[in-house]
Design a protein around this ligand. Structure first.
Ligand SMILES: Cc1cc2nc3c(=O)[nH]c(=O)nc-3n(C[C@H](O)[C@H](O)[C@H](O)COP(=O)(O)OP(=O)(O)OC[C@H]3O[C@@H](n4cnc5c(N)ncnc54)[C@H](O)[C@@H]3O)c2cc1C
Length: 415
């Protein structure tokens, strides 16, 4: 029997679903997207270079990239994992290469090449695209999908609907949370959508303002809620006028957002010298002070931190930069070490969805079959990509989840 398969959303998940759904040429596959072109968000991924996946030997090595949903993704990864994805693009003239560890990018470093390859493949497989066409309703009959309705009031009968509408972050790319409305209306539970991989605002705005633009490497940031350590990350970060950003802050933001939503006192402490224990640092300080007895404190600090940090450091430690090293008391020295190892800022809120790379939360995975992404509540209805309550860290994990879940759903829908 011929089927009409409707895909709502032409992002990476929807496009891959379209490609795998069209492997049975008896079916008609139509992708609807509300934007004027396919894959608007895909084009801005990885700063326009598209970190499409993470290079791993075995599929289970991917799991640590997903704070939520890795078990649910297991079956999809086995059907279409990173190696399959890289082969898919390689065979279509877009080879990929690793960068910064195991992050995989097209050799051309152009997200557009990834997007265009997907569109070309869809065209080759006779998939129809309807752009500028938002879907506003999924219609059901006797517990199965029967049609979708467009904003232009057209009703499209179909027996399979794949919802690939993305999350709510970067809403100008078309991902405005419509999938959550479709899911709720058809009886599915939603885990509260929140920002993830998002910069954070701090209460100590005088500090962030003074340090704006200061980028630090090899520091360790510790997230705490009501004084309890929640998570830690080592690497790069940057101060902004409103607070903190950069890779390790985006990583910690996922859990910081949850702590804030629970009204916990949320802090991030920065260890500027993670490789040196407190007692060793104190001993080094004392030796330097001994060698530079007449030097002003602020001049001695050059060796310990970037210039921009010195005045903030002096202010926060309650020292006078004009003091000579010899005048430092043991309390002063301990305080300096404490600040270098444990510079604590209070997090007030995440930046908005417009600055979040990903939405955490979404359609509850307990309502979906992990082998096919089909709903356990409505027959013929599938959810794929970021609309599901699955999210990954930076490193290509989110796009891989979108491609893998899209592939699984398309394969199932076309049978
Ligand atoms: C700035 C930025 C950089 C990123 N970089 C990376 C990266 O390098 N690597 C990585 O793995 N991840 C990255 N991500 C995350 C990644 O882009 C997303 O996880 C991924 O795009 C999700 O794919 P998706 O197909 O589920 O949804 P989306 O890409 O959000 O696509 C959803 C599509 O659905 C359409 N749509 C929505 N509602 C409707 C409707 N009612 N009717 C019709 N169409 C509709 C939208 O127009 C959109 O085209 C980045 C995200 C951002 C914002």
């Amino acid at each position: 029997m011929n089927k009409q398969i409707v895909i709502i959303g032409g992002g990476p998940a929807g496009m891959m679903a379209g490609i795998s759904a069209s492997s049975n040429s008896n079916n008609k596959v139509i992708i609807f997207d509300k934007m004027p072109e396919m894959g608007t968000k895909l084009l801005v991924t990885g700063k326009g270079k598209c970190n499409l996946t993470h290079q791993v030997g075995r599929v289970d090595e991917l799991f640590e990239g997903y704070p939520k949903g890795s078990q649910f993704l297991h079956s999809s990864f086995n059907k279409f994992g990173p190696a399959d994805l890289l082969k898919f693009f390689e065979q279509r003239g877009v080879p990929c290469k690793p960068d910064r560890g195991k992050r995989m990018f097209p050799v051309s470093e152009k997200a557009r090449d990834i997007r265009d390859t997907l569109v070309k493949e869809l065209t080759k497989k006779n998939v129809t695209f309807k752009l500028n066409t938002p879907i506003i309703e999924i219609m059901t009959e006797n517990g199965a999908v029967s049609a979708v309705r467009t904003a232009q009031k057209e009703v499209i009968p179909c027996s399979r609907v794949i919802v690939a509408t993305g999350g709510m972050s970067y809403p100008w790319t078309g991902s405005t949370g419509d999938g959550y409305i479709f899911a709720r209306k058809t009886g599915h539970s939603i885990v509260t959508p929140r920002a993830s991989l998002v910069p954070l605002e701090v209460a100590e705005s005088h500090i962030s303002f003074a340090l704006e633009g200061l980028s630090l490497k090899n520091v360790k940031a510790t997230l705490k809620a009501d004084g309890k350590v929640i998570d830690q990350k080592f690497g790069e970060m940057v101060f902004t006028s409103y607070g903190l950003s950069g890779p390790i802050i985006l990583y910690l933001s996922r859990r910081a957002v949850v702590c804030l939503s629970e009204k916990s006192k949320t802090t991030i402490s920065i260890d500027f010298k993670p490789a040196v224990a407190k007692d060793k640092l104190l001993a080094r300080f004392e030796a330097d002070i001994e060698k530079n007895r007449k030097k002003l404190v602020k001049n001695m600090l050059d060796e310990y931190m970037p210039q921009k940090l010195i005045s903030v450091f002096i202010q926060e430690s309650g020292l006078q930069g004009s003091k000579q090293c010899i005048q430092l008391t043991s309390k002063d020295k301990n305080r300096m070490v404490e600040i270098l190892k444990n510079f604590t800022l209070t997090i007030t809120k995440p930046r908005g969805m417009s600055e979040a790379e990903v939405t955490q939360g979404g359609v509850d995975t307990k309502d979906l079959d992990p082998r096919t992404m089909e709903s356990k509540i409505v027959k013929g209805l599938y959810f794929v990509g970021e609309v599901i309550d699955v999210d990954g860290y930076i490193g290509g994990f989110n796009l891989q989840a979108a491609f893998s879940t899209g592939y699984s759903a398309g394969k199932s829908a076309c049978q």
